[in-house]
Design a protein around this ligand. Structure first.
Ligand code: PL3
Ligand code: FE2
Ligand code: FE2
Length: 231
């Protein structure tokens, strides 16, 4: 695995590394912050799961603090304005869905797409991270699998009535992931992470999640194909 060999060569103190880190670190901090808000919103929409969702939201807040510490450790100032722009479209789609009580779309965006994006990013980052960030990211990654699992479980239980909405939300939001990956490709590469590996890991987690919810292999292929042209 080239990723494993690359890590000793990475100079975490170089200007080029720190410059790329200022954007990637901001993206992760912003992603964790928005995840925190999204689970609080979901707790309002799903009162039966309120306690569990509030506990997930608190984990996201801890993740944010962990990644803020990673930036401080490298003496990097995260470019939060860049990160807010990065998430703006996905954020807007979540807000609009929440405003109309569209729980299925909210769960697809937060618990499937964003969590799978995070799982892919953290899996690929861990082998090339500095020692401090690696320990933090390993702890965070375990939690993200639980968050993905919450979405899978709920959507599986409500599969038949959610199916059409899931397809529509997938069609609308999956292309945003490819755009976002293209936007971070260069910075991620400087951190030792390759876009191909991120795409692969994302598609594995996302495809598995959709399969667990109840989509057939044929439907999965169709769902995954959306927006792929842009990747
Ligand atoms: C939800 O728990 C977390 C949401 C965070 C989303 C992060 C997406 C990161 C994509 C950027 C790719 C490079 C990642 C580098 C890893 C530190
Ligand atoms: Fe998180
Ligand atoms: Fe999460």
């Amino acid at each position: 695995m080239p990723q494993l060999e690359a890590s000793p060569a990475i100079d975490f103190q170089s200007e080029i590394y720190k410059d790329a880190y200022s954007r990637i670190n901001a993206i992760v901090i912003e992603g964790e912050q928005e995840a925190n808000e999204n689970y609080i919103r979901l707790a309002e929409l799903l009162p039966d799961h309120k306690d569990e969702l509030i506990s997930l939201s608190k984990m996201e807040n801890r993740h944010k603090k962990g990644f803020q510490a990673c930036g401080r450790n490298l003496e990097v100032t995260p470019d939060m304005e860049f990160a807010r722009q990065f998430f703006a479209d996905l954020h807007k789609n979540f807000q609009e869905a929440a405003a109309t009580g569209n729980i299925v779309t909210c769960l697809l965006i937060q618990a499937l797409i964003i969590e799978c994006f995070a799982i892919a990013a953290y899996n690929i980052y861990i082998p090339v991270a500095d020692d401090f960030a690696r320990k933090i990211t390993e702890g965070v990654l375990k939690d993200e699998y639980m968050h993905l699992n919450f979405g899978e479980k709920w959507l599986k239980e409500h599969f038949e009535e959610s199916k059409a909405q899931l397809e529509e939300a997938n069609r609308k939001n999956l292309p945003l992931v490819w755009r976002m990956l293209n936007e971070v490709e260069k910075d991620a590469h400087i951190l030792g992470m390759e876009k191909e590996a991120l795409v692969e890991d994302f598609m594995i987690s996302y495809g598995e999640a959709l399969g667990n919810i109840g989509f057939t292999p044929r439907e999965l292929m169709r769902l995954s194909a959306h927006g792929l042209a842009a990747a």
